[in-house]
Design a protein around this ligand. Structure first.
Ligand code: HEC
Length: 120
């Protein structure tokens, strides 16, 4: 009459695995199913220097600066800046590091975020 404990021990584990599976499916669906989340990439990689709304900060110029609007700096040039960094083009600021860890899809998503911040 001591036969039940092993069985009752198994069942919660199965339920737990099912829950983990569901959770993984939900999280996976959020992150990877649709488009790359450019805003999250911006928050993680760019906001530290350019500010959360691209308004600029001590170490970096505002991305809303007229010099960076589409008629001055093309999408390809913005992508180049992210991909390869920028070394000391403008007075008063240091260099911007290259983001060689980002893939082309992520860079394209970031270019879009920059344009949104510029309202253009
Ligand atoms: C370590 C600080 C830092 C981080 C992080 C950073 N930037 Fe910059 N960024 C700069 C500085 C400084 C400049 C100005 C460089 C210059 O012109 O001398 C700049 C310039 C730029 C320019 C203008 C490029 C050009 O050709 O003149 C763009 C666009 C830009 N950043 C976008 C981004 C984006 C998007 C990210 C996130 C992937 C990012 N930056 C992350 C510091 C940073």
């Amino acid at each position: 009459m001591h036969a039940t404990p092993p069985r009752s021990g198994r069942r919660p584990a199965g339920v737990l695995l099912a829950l983990i599976g569901t959770l993984a499916a939900v999280l996976g669906g959020c992150g990877n199913d649709g488009e790359t989340d450019g805003q999250a990439l911006f928050d993680a990689n760019c906001a530290v220097c350019h500010g959360p709304a691209g308004e600029g900060a001590a170490g970096a110029p505002p991305l809303t600066d007229p010099a960076y609007l589409p008629d001055q700096l093309s999408d390809a040039e913005v992508a180049d800046a992210i991909r390869g960094g920028v070394s000391d083009v403008r007075d008063g600021y240091g260099a911007m590091p290259a983001f060689s860890n980002l893939d082309e899809e992520q860079i394209a998503a970031l270019v879009e975020v920059v344009r949104e911040l510029q309202g253009s």
